[in-house]
Design a protein around this ligand. Structure first.
Ligand code: ADP
Ligand code: MG
Length: 398
C-alpha cells in the first residue's frame, strides 16, 4: 500500500525524523488558511498524488506552466497555485500519459536548500536484510543515478539481530560529505527511519531529497512510504491512510474477494491459481505472440463466488479479447472449479473466447462438466496447448 507524502511525514514525525512544518488542504481556502498559519515568508504548494516526479511534472491543461511543486511568496499566490492544481490532471514520469487528478495539497514552509541528498531503506532480497541506499545526487531518480553514476551510490545492509548501529549511520554520513553536527543529526535521523521501517512493516521508505539547510540542519523534504500488504492486518491505524481514489478500482474490487490482481496492458485475461503458475501463464502467452491483460491469482481456495468475481473483473477491462483459465487442482478439485467457471461464464454473459486448462484432482470430471455445459468453452490439454489456443482464438476473432 502507498500513502501520500503528507501522511508519510505525519508518521515519520513520530519517529523524530526532522521535517518542516506543513498541513494538508483539500480546497483553495484551506490552502490559504494553512499558509497563513505557517506564516513563513516562502511557502511551497505540493500536489499530493501517489507518484513521484511532481516537481518536474506538467499539468495536462497547462503544459507550459509550472509543475506540481510550486514555491511562492504570498498567500494570494498560494491560492492561485492551489486553484491551478486542485481538480487538474498532473502528468509525471511515474503517472503515465493519463496523469493523476490532484485532490489534496500539502502546504509546507519553504526551505533554504544548500544540498540535496538521497536516502532510502528497502527490503534487499539479495542480502535478505533491510538495506540503506544513499547518494549525493538528491532530487534525481535513483534508477538514473544507478545507471549513469553508480559510484555515487552507497549501500549498507542492516543486521536484523543487531539492528541499526551508529557506525553505519556515520559511514553513510561521511560518504555523503556531511560534516560537524550534521553527522550526528543524520545518524539519529537514519535511526528514526529504520525504526519506522521495522515498526510499521514498510517495504520502502524513500527520502528524496534529504536536504542540508542553510542553517546546517538535515531535513527530510520529500517522503515516500510503501507498506507490506501482507502485514497490514497488524496496523489497523494505517488502513485509514488508504486513498482509494489513487488505486485502480479493479484492484480494489479484487482485494474485496482476496484475489491478487494486477492490471497489465495486453489482450488476454488470465485466471490462475497460484502466483507461480500465474507468472508461467503470462510468460507462455508472450511466447505465443500475445500479451497478458492482467496477473490474477485466485488463490488456493477458489470458490464459485471468487471465480465469478474474478471473471467480472477481467471482463470489465475493455482491452480483454480472450480469457485463459489455468487451474491446477491440488486441494481444489477440478470439478468444483469447472462448475464455478461454467456458472460464472453464464452469469457474466461471456462475449470473448474462453480457453480452460484443468489439471489435477478430478480432472476428467471437470472436463466433462465444461463439455456438457453447452457453452463455447475450449478445453486445453496442457499449458502450451492452452496458450496456443487462446492466442489463435483471439487472432481469429479480430
Ligand atoms: P517530487 O519528488 O515528486 O518531484 P519533491 O517533494 O521531491 O517532489 O519536490 C521536488 C523539489 O522541489 C525538491 O527536490 C526540492 O528542490 C523542491 N522542494 C520541495 N519541497 C520544498 C520546500 N518545502 N521548500 C523548498 N523547496 C522544496
Ligand atoms: Mg522527491
Amino acid at each position: 500500500m502507498n500513502i501520500h507524502e503528507y501522511q508519510a511525514k505525519t508518521l515519520l514525525a513520530k519517529f523524530a525524523v526532522p521535517l518542516l512544518k506543513g498541513g494538508v488542504a483539500y480546497t483553495k481556502d484551506e490552502a490559504m488558511d494553512v499558509a497563513r498559519k505557517l506564516g513563513s515568508p516562502v511557502t511551497v504548494v505540493k500536489a499530493q498524488i501517489h507518484a513521484g516526479g511532481r516537481g518536474a511534472g506538467k499539468f495536462k491543461d497547462d503544459p507550459n506552466g509550472k509543475g506540481g511543486v510550486r514555491v511562492v511568496k504570498s498567500i494570494e499566490e498560494v491560492g492561485a497555485s492551489a486553484a491551478a492544481m486542485l481538480g487538474h490532471d498532473l502528468v509525471t514520469k511515474q503517472t503515465g500519459p493519463v496523469g493523476k487528478t490532484v485532490k489534496r495539497l500539502y502546504i509546507e514552509e519553504g526551505c533554504d536548500i544548500k544540498r540535496e541528498l538521497y536516502i532510502s531503506l528497502l527490503v534487499d532480497r539479495a542480502v535478505g536484510r533491510i538495506s540503506v541506499v544513499a547518494s549525493t545526487e538528491g532530487g534525481m531518480d535513483i534508477e538514473t543515478v544507478a545507471h549513469q553514476t553508480p559510484e555515487k551510490i552507497v549501500k549498507q545492509a542492516i543486521d536484523p539481530a543487531a539492528g541499526y548501529q551508529g557506525y553505519q549511520g556515520r559511514k553513510i554520513a561521511f560518504a555523503l560529505g556531511l560534516t560537524g553536527k550534521q553527522v550526528n543529526n543524520f545518524v539519529a535521523l537514519l535511526g528514526g527511519l529504520y525504526k519506522a521501517f521495522v515498526d510499521l512493516d514498510c517495504s520502502l521508505i524513500e527520502i528524496n531529497p534529504l536536504v542540508v539547510t542553510g542553517a546546517g540542519d538535515v531535513v527530510a523534504l520529500d517522503a515516500k512510504m510503501n507498506f507490506d500488504d501482507n502485514a497490514l492486518y497488524r496496523h489497523k491505524e494505517l488502513e485509514d491512510l488508504r486513498d482509494v481514489d489513487e488505486e485502480d478500482p479493479a484492484e480494489t474490487e479484487a482485494a474485496k474477494y482476496a484475489l491478487n490482481y494486477v492490471k497489465l496492458d495486453g489482450q488476454i485475461g488470465c485466471m490462475v491459481n497460484g502466483a507461480g503458475l500465474a507468472m508461467a501463464t503470462m510468460d507462455i502467452i508472450k511466447l505465443y505472440g500475445s500479451a497478458p491483460a492482467n496477473f490474477l491469482d485466485v488463490g488456493g481456495g477458489a470458490t464459485k463466488e471468487r471465480v465469478t468475481a474474478a471473471f467480472k473483473i477481467i471482463l470489465k477491462d475493455p482491452n480483454v479479447e480472450g480469457i485463459l483459465v489455468n487451474i491446477f487442482g491440488g486441494i481444489m478439485r477440478c470439478d468444483v472449479i469447472a462448475e464455478g467457471v461454467v456458472a460464472a461464464a453464464r452469469e457474466v454473459n461471456l462475449h470473448v473466447p474462453l480457453v480452460v486448462r484443468l489439471e489435477g484432482t478430478n480432472v476428467d470430471l471437470g472436463k466433462k462438466i465444461l463439455k456438457e455445459s453447452g457453452l463455447k468453452i475450449t478445453s486445453a490439454e496442457n499449458l502450451a496447448d492452452a496458450a496456443e489456443k487462446i492466442v489463435k482464438a483471439v487472432k481469429e476473432s479480430n
